[in-house]
Design a protein around this ligand. Structure first.
Ligand SMILES: [Zn+2]
Length: 297
């Protein structure tokens, strides 16, 4: 499953081609992916201009001039590639090897990117857990995919203050609270482990302990907010650099996963300066949590 930084990197990689382009036509090569495509999917897009490309949680959103939003989710194995006269690249192709077999090219957007230039954006998905749909913009906030989503962890909304408000009175373990998509949207297991380690906070600590009795953030809450953002930004930067370096089309990059400080490092020495701890694994809500029992409390 792609994590938020990968989806963000895909968005940034597609935006220069997709934004402002006119969709000349769409090849929809199957009736369904994980779900059926909506009625008249291709014809509702043909002839329309893409006003903006954005992201909410792990959904990519293309605002179309007709007023529809093209909602795209990569599922487990979905990927995009961009082709034009001179360039072929696969935005966000940094964490997983991507499939290149054209028999899994399920959707092709034929674009006019300027008066004299065309491009194609191709969606490939061998396992077909991804999906695409069209939702009228005014219905987005109430749609089942979006109505219960919490705040975005990137950007200035996430702060010690907001964590204090979200976690006040919560008895659940801190890690579970951070993974609760109704509180914070799109934060995944890897990045929660990393941010907790950077903050010196135990994943098993009671979430409500980051809020003082008067409802203010503790110092640790302030630090955690900063570390969540930094962890995600570091991952996006790593994806971005692999994008720039991605002149070969073989797709196996994976720079960032080698730089995890705690995730998947059970039994290894803690990398925190001066800490003599060993990274341990525990299971919370059926998911592996990696942490240092010495410097995280
Ligand atoms: Zn440690």
């Amino acid at each position: 499953m792609p994590e938020l930084p990968e989806v963000e990197t895909v968005k940034r990689g597609l935006a220069p081609t997709f934004e402002g382009a006119k969709i000349v036509s769409v090849d929809q090569n199957r009736p369904d992916l994980r779900f059926a495509f909506p009625d008249r999917f291709a014809s509702r897009l043909a002839g329309q201009r893409v006003a903006a490309l954005s992201r909410r949680s792990k959904y990519l959103l293309a605002d179309i001039d007709s007023g529809d939003v093209l909602v795209m989710h990569l599922g487990m194995s979905g990927s995009f590639r961009v082709e034009n006269d001179s360039v072929q690249h696969a935005p966000g192709d940094f964490a997983h090897e991507r499939n290149k077999d054209p028999k899994h090219d399920h959707v092709v957007f034929h674009l006019e990117t300027s008066e004299s230039a065309t491009a194609r954006i191709i969606y490939n998905d061998p396992r077909r857990f991804g999906f695409m749909t069209l939702i009228p913009r005014p219905q987005m906030d109430e749609h089942a995919y979006f109505k219960d989503l919490g705040m975005e962890p990137l950007g200035n909304d996430l702060s010690g203050e907001t964590l204090a408000r979200l976690f006040a009175g919560r008895k659940s373990p801190l890690k579970a609270a951070l993974l609760n998509q109704k509180l914070i949207a799109g934060l995944g297991n890897i990045y929660v482990c990393e941010a907790l380690w950077r903050s010196g906070l135990s994943p098993e600590r009671v979430a409500g302990t980051l809020t003082t009795t008067s409802g203010k953030p503790t110092k640790k809450a302030e630090e955690l907010a900063i570390h969540i953002r930094e962890t995600l930004h570091d991952a996006i930067r790593a994806g971005g650099s692999s994008l720039r370096d991605h002149t070969k089309a073989d797709g196996t990059l994976g720079y960032f996963q080698h730089s995890f400080a705690v995730y998947d490092r059970e039994g290894e020495a803690c990398r925190k300066k001066g800490c003599k701890g060993t990274i341990a694994r525990l299971v919370q809500s059926n998911r592996s949590t990696f942490h240092c029992p010495v410097c995280q409390s």
